[in-house]
Design a protein around this ligand. Structure first.
Ligand SMILES: CC(C)(COP(=O)(O)OP(=O)(O)OC[C@H]1O[C@@H](n2cnc3c(N)ncnc32)[C@H](O)[C@@H]1OP(=O)(O)O)[C@@H](O)C(=O)NCCC(=O)NCCS
Length: 154
């Protein structure tokens, strides 16, 4: 039974849709993710880099096209109950095509099996991201001028 479950997990985490490859927790893609991050936001900070490479409680989801990462989501577990969405981004040329929704729906349905709460922080003027999170059932837990904390409860 355990073996069957791990085979199913591998199949779930590696799906090829046309020339898109959807993967979970593949360290080889970290360089790709860092490149995407650098293109979108400028130089990646060392803490995020450290999270990507070494954090033992991280869950990473990527969508790769032609060996280039076009979308990623990075989660860090805070404890046994809560996992925090640390970062999510889609390459500029692929925005608005449903890749963030794909990564969020897959990760939420998977992580929801293990964690009661998925949390995130988003800057207050990021209306696109806030609508996206609300459409998945995230609700505002607290907010200040600069930042909104949202949670998703299973
Ligand atoms: C946030 C981000 C990941 C969304 O990527 P995306 O490719 O637009 O997302 P998708 O196409 O999968 O989903 C679009 C959904 O997001 C929401 N959305 C995205 N942009 C929006 C906007 N400007 N206004 C309103 N809703 C918006 C909508 O719910 C939309 O769903 P719909 O098409 O059914 O209306 C992308 O804009 C990004 O990389 N932003 C920079 C990084 C960032 O801000 N990350 C979030 C940090 S917390």
């Amino acid at each position: 039974m355990q073996k069957l479950l791990s085979v199913l997990a591998v199949i779930r985490s590696f799906r090829i849709v046309r020339n898109l490859v959807y993967k979970k927790n593949d360290k080889k893609d970290i360089v790709n993710i860092i490149n995407l991050h650098n293109r979108k936001f400028g130089q990646i900070d060392n803490l995020t880099k450290l999270y990507l490479y070494t954090h033992k409680n991280r869950s990473l989801y990527t969508i790769i096209k032609d060996d280039v990462c076009i979308a990623y989501a990075l989660y860090i577990a805070r404890d046994n109950n809560e996992i925090h969405l640390k970062g999510i981004a889609v390459e500029d040329n692929y925005l608005g095509k449903g890749f963030a929704k794909k990564i969020l729906s897959d990760s939420i349905s998977e992580l929801g099996n293990f964690f009661k709460i998925i949390s995130l922080n988003v800057v207050s003027d990021n209306t696109g991201a806030i609508s996206l999170y609300k459409s998945f059932g995230f609700v505002i837990e607290s907010e200040n001028e600069d930042e909104i904390s949202m949670i998703f409860k299973k």
